[in-house]
Design a protein around this ligand. Structure first.
Ligand code: ADP
Ligand code: MG
Length: 707
């Protein structure tokens, strides 16, 4: 029997990778002590070790006869026998063949890699216990590289299952086991949760649960252990989730203790702006705007994530919030991850607001020194009421006179630190309100458990008049047909994006590919204007190409992923993505979101190179089946798992090792309630419980949870 958990603890995903590019002979690392190896797994304290729980177990509690192991064939079994023959054979290759026998038969233990000491250790007459998968091979019944132990006759079998821990390079199970056992002898086992709570929540006690998981008795319900529904696992998961909820709620309290500008009135600018908008807000836009307005009136800073699928119209909602801040005498700042996007926002919003007398400033790294200094001065004096730009906004030289609202577009493109530093630009001891926007939807469970103290608003409706995007996956050897199609579409007055393959390993190669693709298409489509935009162009050049495309002078735009976020050219209705199999799901969704913005029926063609791998196939199928960003995010989560989905950069750190957000949703709810009760109780006892629990489960890691 082999107990393998379906899901491995996320700690495995954080293990450092080997550097494959470097020949191993050149790598001469300083010898690592066990302590540093443990530290690399995040195991610093005794409690860390105690909470380093097995990912699976091996059953060494039973021995079967060699005859029976042969009958079982193909399964892992443990046998015991005496060595009857020990030889090194040289054909078909050099290997050690050890024959063992019991009363029922004999079999071979075969080692392709072995030490001289093993040859001696397994001398004739030695009694061994060997565990492995029995196969019928060239030498008859055999186990290849079994786990084995030399024993004396009658040596007792273990009575508990043997744990297998998540481990790292150079860290053997034996070392881990020893370190964990030593820690278990030293650690303070007190239960952080009061007995009354355990009773009402029907939870197992801490110490017995942990001990059981490290060494489960042989008669345990294996299935419950494997799928982590055993009460001992439930206790671990509950504790972990509770720590997370406590920490989130504390972050929320800390935020509420900060002062923020009160942005009360909906004034003249907001009304005038609403009146000049060329469209009516959708119901969803109006609803989320009302949610934002409620927050802006609070004397503590808003922290809200505005989620809406690509094209759902987040920009105008943000602009209306900004107008309200300006109406109340405050400045607003809008930060976007790319120059192209910041530029587009600037034009659009300035186009709406400048005629109404608002001073809108534009700040990116590409500005000339002189202009930058001038703009920075406008921001500092407060003359610039709305400031739109890129990362340039968070530089130390940029100071605001009275910043009331910060808006971060495509927030997942920024690191935690970058978002914080914009928020820290408030003045007079006030923290500005913060609105983050993203088209990469985070499923509710994730938002709830991973994001510190975050309110979420969702635009779940597209503006009227959009026609659905049809998506097709096409083998790239049919590229000529695709070019034909591009040609026909352009002749009908439609505009086309041609997205170049992603080449993660080399930016230079990516650039080369883009240039080649451009040349190829320009040659194949001599009667069309083919443009090229990529990350290495100067900002002014980028702008020229984008302008020409927006104006319709360029019909086909060859682009790298610089167009991935935000770009809005409603007349573009055909998109070709080359080597679509190299892109992630959310990236494909973002890219595809550049079409389907006007009333023309849009098409997205995903060119792929066969044969497709399993995950790539799943991704392309998902893209064909749905254009719903939330559904795509849900499937992405399924394919990749939450740790990767968020990326360490975004989540601070994937914090959950044991709980699974999909299957343990009920526990999340319970942990939330208990966290709420504990924090709202006034007794010293509850406060002590909170402290003890957080110290045990998060230690110094609480900082990671701050958004
Ligand atoms: P995203 O949510 O992806 O950032 P945008 O804010 O860029 O979307 O909006 C997409 C397009 O839809 C823009 O051209 C915008 O002007 C337009 N738009 C936004 N709201 C509405 C609406 N209520 N009715 C019609 N068009 C709208
Ligand atoms: Mg946008």
């Amino acid at each position: 029997m082999r107990l393998t958990h379906a899901r491995q603890p996320s700690i495995l995903r954080h293990l450092p990778c080997k550097n494959r590019d470097m020949p191993s002979s050149k790598l001469k690392p300083a010898p690592k002590t066990n302590e540093t190896k443990l530290a690399r797994l995040g195991l610093h304290t005794d409690m860390d070790l105690v909470l380093h729980l097995p990912m699976r177990y091996e059953d060494e509690t039973q021995v079967v006869s060699i005859h029976e192991a042969c009958l079982r064939g193909g399964h892992v079994s443990q046998v015991e026998g005496v060595v009857t023959k020990n030889e090194i054979s040289l054909r078909p290759r050099r290997q050690l063949l050890v024959t063992i026998a019991d009363q029922t038969g004999d079999m071979v233990l075969r080692f392709m890699n072995f030490y001289g000491s093993q040859v001696k250790q397994l001398a004739e007459g030695t009694r061994v216990r060997a565990r492995g998968e029995l196969k019928h091979g060239f030498f008859g019944a055999e186990m290849v590289h079994p786990a084995y132990k030399v024993i004396v006759q009658g040596a007792p079998l273990p009575t508990v299952l043997t744990p297998v821990y998540p481990s790292g390079e150079g860290l053997s199970q034996a070392i881990l086991r020893r370190a964990i056992n030593a820690a278990m002898a030293r650690v303070d086992w007190h239960d952080t949760l009061p007995a009354s709570l355990l009773r009402t929540m029907n939870l197992a006690q801490f110490e017995p649960s942990v001990r059981l998981l490290h060494s489960p008795p042989q008669e345990i319900d294996e299935n419950a252990l494997m799928d982590r529904s055993h009460p001992a696992w439930v206790r671990m998961k509950f504790d972990e989730l509770l720590a997370q909820q406590l920490s989130l709620k504390r972050a929320q309290r800390a935020r509420r203790a900060k002062g923020a500008p009160v942005i009360q009135t909906v004034g003249a600018l907001t009304s005038a702006f609403t009146a000049v908008l060329p469209f009516k807000l959708t119901g969803a836009q109006a609803r989320v705007l009302a949610e934002i307005r409620t927050d802006l009136r609070h004397p503590y800073p808003m922290q809200r994530l505005l989620q809406g699928d690509v094209g759902s119209g987040k920009t105008v909602v943000a602009a209306l919030a900004a107008a309200q801040a300006i109406d109340n005498g405050y400045q607003a700042a809008l930060m976007a991850p790319t120059g192209i996007l910041a530029d587009q926002h600037f034009r659009k919003i300035a186009g709406w607001m400048e005629p109404l007398g608002v001073k809108v400033a534009w700040l990116t790294g590409s500005l000339k020194k002189k202009d930058k200094v001038a703009t920075t001065a406008l921001v500092e004096s407060g003359e610039a009421q709305l400031v739109i730009g890129t990362h340039a906004l968070i530089q130390d030289t940029v100071q605001f006179a009275r910043l009331g609202l910060v808006i971060v577009d495509e927030q997942h493109r920024f690191g935690v630190g970058q978002r914080l530093s914009l928020r820290n630009k408030g003045s007079n001891g006030k923290t500005p309100h913060q609105l983050m926007m993203s088209a990469t939807p985070i499923p509710r469970t994730l938002a709830m458990t991973y994001y510190a103290d975050l309110e979420v608003s969702v635009i779940d409706e597209l503006p009227p008049g959009r026609s659905p995007i049809v998506t097709r996956a096409i083998d790239q050897n049919r590229r000529d047909e695709v070019i034909e199609r591009v040609h026909a579409a352009a002749l009908e007055g439609r505009q086309v994006y041609w997205v170049c393959p992603l080449i993660e390993e080399s930016e230079a190669l990516q650039l080369q590919t883009a240039t080649d693709t451009h040349a190829m298409l320009a040659e194949a489509l001599p009667d069309l204007q083919v443009g090229l935009v990529h990350g290495r162009l100067k900002p002014a050049e980028k702008q020229d190409v984008m302008d020409a495309f927006t104006a319709g002078a360029v019909q086909v735009l060859v682009a790298t992923t610089v167009i991935e976020v935000g770009v809005d050219v409603p007349n573009a209705s055909l998109m070709v993505i080359e080597h679509a199999e190299r892109f992630g799901l959310s990236q494909l969704h973002q890219l595809r979101g550049r079409v389907g913005r006007g009333s023309a029926a849009s098409v997205c063609l995903l060119l792929y190179q066969s044969p497709l791998g399993g995950i790539a196939k799943q991704r392309l199928m998902t893209m064909r089946e749905t254009t719903d960003g939330f559904e795509i995010a849900r499937r992405d989560l399924e394919i990749r798992g939450p740790g990767e989905f968020l990326g360490a950069r975004q989540s601070g750190q994937a914090m959950l090792r044991f709980a699974d957000l999909e299957t343990d949703q009920w526990l999340v709810e319970q942990a939330r309630e208990v966290a709420h009760d504990l924090l709202h109780a006034t007794g010293a006892e509850q406060a002590a419980t909170v402290e003890a629990h957080l110290a045990r489960w998060l230690g110094g890691k609480e900082e990671f949870l701050k958004v």
